[in-house]
Design a protein around this ligand. Sequence first.
Ligand code: APR
Ligand code: PHB
Length: 390
Amino acid sequence: MKTQVGIIGGGPAGLLLSQILHINGIDSVILERQSRDYVLARIRAGVLEQGLTDMLRAAGVGERLDKEGMVHGGVNLTFDNRIERIDLEGLTEGKMVTVYGQTEVTRDLYDARDAADGKIVHEADDVRPYDVETEAPYLTYKKNGEALRIDCDFIAACDGFHGIGRQSFPAGVSTEYEKVYQFGWLGILSRTKPANHELIYGNHERGFVLCSMRSSTLSRYYVQVPTDERLEDWSDERFWEEVSQRLPSDVAAEIEQGPSIEKSIAPLRSYVTEPLSFGRLFLAGDAGHIVPPTGAKGLNLAASDVHYLSKGLIAQYRDGDESGLKTYSERALRRIWKAERFSWWMTMLMHSFPADGAFGHKVQQAELDYLTSSKAAMTAMAENYVGLPY
Ligand code: APR
Ligand code: PHB
């Protein structure tokens, strides 16, 4: 088989890249290790920056998003038994975020690729990129035990944190930067009305809490837990009790409790590998970087990578202009590091760090008090939360 761009990974990054390339007359094939049902069963964050919603609309996948997405002009912070709202819209000249599950974004992208007869190979085993430093790279993979090959001009590795793309860089080329946090997020999905019409990020001595949502009848909650916590030890009752204790009492009183539909624990990590390209192999999305979920930047960063990479590929095919691809890594990394900084900052501000003792907690309270009373500080947070420009 032959294609112009071979894409490893059919998560949001790979699908969005493939769809944008298609709209610009560039052919691609996606090789995805899992089945479609498996990919669509993954529950991930769902706060979309305006840059991403604009991209989805331009890619022809904005219809359901515009109908079902919940546009939020603000976000709430709780601390010291208070709730304070950050007016995202007012502080950023009208920018907002849209709450719409990543699973739904992925589903819409699959539907769009299907409608355009896009080629996606699911359950592609043992995918490997070769000859990426030449002008004729190719991918090999196995499907139902048969060994297959795709010749392409370029390879985009959109294969997530555990993907093969990053591992295919030759030894000595990459520098990795990592911070692992000593806690995770225990999350549940429940068929209950959201605690508030906007999100609530809570700082409390017992640990961080987040009240989020998927729709007016579906809520998503998270609490900070130690990394070694066992899911079996968390009954729904214990979870709701913990959420309530970590919120101001008037906020807790508004929470509708109900059985969990899904419950899971995710570790928190900050990670970046540099550079994001080697020869004709390009990393995009979680393949190149991870942010902790505080601030919901993961999916949005995958989208900004796809923006830079697709622009580079389009300029290459349309005008023979190599500059966008040559500078892809550098341009994408500048934005990635700013989102890494913001996600790290919000994580450090909102979580409990027992090793820092009561002093650490007092400093967090002071910072939150300052943040929510200074227009300059709130504006800095709002600008980052709604998404820095591409
Ligand atoms: N071969 C083929 N496919 C692979 C391989 C491989 N060796 N390794 C991983 N994959 C697939 C995974 O099964 C997954 O479907 O690549 C896809 C990567 O998707 P994501 O992990 O969703 O990453 P990405 O598309 O970059 O999306 C970033 O999703 O992971 C969240 O927090 C992240 O919200 C962010 C967003
Ligand atoms: C979510 O709804 O899953 C969510 C929202 C905001 C975050 C992280 C996760 O910062």
